[in-house]
Design a protein around this ligand. Structure first.
Ligand SMILES: Nc1ncnc2c1ncn2[C@@H]1O[C@H](COP(=O)(O)OP(=O)(O)OP(=O)(O)O)[C@@H](O)[C@H]1O
Ligand SMILES: [Mg+2]
Length: 240
């Protein structure tokens, strides 16, 4: 499946041109998702890509007083993958998916610390990556602590290399901020590791901080807000 959107008109050497974004997706993958939605009794209405859905959520975080054109990155820290997208003047300019995410931290905990997957998932929610805390939480497991930090550190480095790779072609632009989202984003200390590693201010992008919950969902407000960063793509699709 192939589709495109026009980004802008411009003139080059006296010739009128259009810049377009081309998107291609495996038809069977799109069908699988559309079938799931139909199975749930809903009707698929539109198809979109994750980076553009996330940009819509990022826009909720812009200061209304600041000029509209923004240059920023979005890091979607998922389970098996991490999406990195760079937006310049609000236009998606670069996107890459790294085949690593929060599952890698779960794997370290299960293999090194003798935890079941459920225990490791629960432990992640109380982990704090700032070193003193981490050692207190896993006493006697200094090398494991280092293993977790090195997994995260390696991811941050790879993300920095990815962003740097693109930004060397755009020396005229400074990225103003990085929005960190996805289910893995709430890991304590992760935002500090990202802002130290990337040298750019990091904002945790939890869309539920910017939305008013329907009254019928209020009884689940705490639970939803806690898992809010995992809902960023879904919210971005819903507000299209
Ligand atoms: N409070 C938390 N602290 C740290 N990690 C968390 C927390 N809550 C969930 N996670 C992790 O978030 C990950 C899931 O994130 P998300 O829902 O964004 O993934 P996904 O979109 O399903 O995966 P992918 O994008 O890789 O296909 C899991 O690795 C899970 O352990
Ligand atoms: Mg994801």
């Amino acid at each position: 499946m192939v589709d495109f959107v026009k980004i802008r008109d411009f003139v080059e050497n006296g010739v009128k041109k259009q810049e377009v974004m081309l998107v291609a997706a495996k038809r069977s993958h799109v069908k699988e998702l559309a079938d799931l939605i139909t199975y749930l009794g809903l009707e698929p209405e539109t198809i979109d890509i994750e980076p553009l859905a996330l940009a819509r959520v990022a826009a909720l975080f812009f200061e209304p007083s600041v000029e509209k054109k923004q240059s920023y990155a979005v890091v979607d820290f998922g389970s098996a993958s991490t999406g990195i997208s760079v937006f310049i003047d609000n236009i998606l300019r670069f996107t890459r998916v790294l085949p690593v995410g929060g599952q890698k931290i779960t794997d370290v905990l299960t293999s090194c610390c003798n935890m079941t997957t459920e225990e490791a998932e629960a432990a992640k929610k109380s982990l704090d990556l700032t070193s003193e805390f981490l050692q207190l939480q896993l006493p006697g497991l200094f090398d494991k602590v280092e293993a977790i930090k090195s997994v995260v550190g390696e991811m941050v480095n790879e993300i920095r290399r990815t962003i740097d790779f693109y930004m060397t072609q755009r020396k005229d632009i400074n990225l103003e901020k990085v929005f960190l989202t996805g289910g893995g984003a709430p890991l304590r200390g992760l935002d500090a590791m990202f802002s130290d590693g990337l040298g750019i201010p990091v904002i945790i992008m939890n869309p539920l901080e910017k939305l008013k919950l329907a009254d019928k969902l209020r009884y689940r407000e705490h639970e939803l807000k806690e898992a809010g960063t995992a809902l960023a793509v879904a919210v971005g699709l819903a507000i299209k």
